[in-house]
Ligand binder design. Sequence first.
Ligand SMILES: [Zn+2]
Length: 139
Amino acid sequence: MTDVFDGETRSRIMSAVRSKDTRPEISVRKALHAAGYRFRLHRKDLPGRPDIVLPKYRVAVFVNGCFWHGHHCKRFSWPKTNAEFWREKITRNMQRDQDDYTRLEHLGWAVHVVWSCCVERSVGELLARLAGKGSPFSM
Ligand SMILES: [Zn+2]
């Protein structure tokens, strides 16, 4: 198998994969749990298979890696090698995200995106948003 990635691209991908699959999502879960919220993970029956859903509040949370989801932030830049391949792939991811969010909203879900570059702030905003919808301890 030929190696299509240079070292810089590979390390970028590896860190993007790691941060998407583990730490940020776990921080979000911990914060929600500590605040008393009940949630479910990876609801396959919903568009985009949200990472976390809070059924009582009808809030769907996506924990997005900045690279794969094309976040406009310091952490993201278009790879210089295989530029066309990445541009196409990431653009397609971004379009799919938008489609999923729109479909969820049509189903009555509010969508909240937590970006891996600013998990703490994104979670703060999520908690504030949930608090505006009522206490986790009331039915
Ligand atoms: Zn970002």
